[in-house]
Ligand binder design. Sequence first.
Ligand SMILES: [Zn+2]
Length: 93
Amino acid sequence: MINDANAIYVLGILLLFGLIGLIMAIRSTLTRRGGWGLNFDKATYVCPTCKEQLPVIRKPSSIKQLLWGGWTCKNCGAEVSKWGELINEETTT
Ligand SMILES: [Zn+2]
């Protein structure tokens, strides 16, 4: 049975999770780490290995890129994180 007290409890939990998500996103954006943030700095949209300009509007080549962002360089095939860092597949798996 759901009464008012339970509804407020559930709402509180949802708000808490929303707040945690928001804090994670802001922190990730500011520290440029992790998958939660957004990278608005177009100066970092460059391939770290061949210096090729990466497109602002990107077509994800994998589910991971769709979820967390990042590029696969058209020029050299390097995997680049959304923070403009080279992703080494061997260390991330
Ligand atoms: Zn490249």
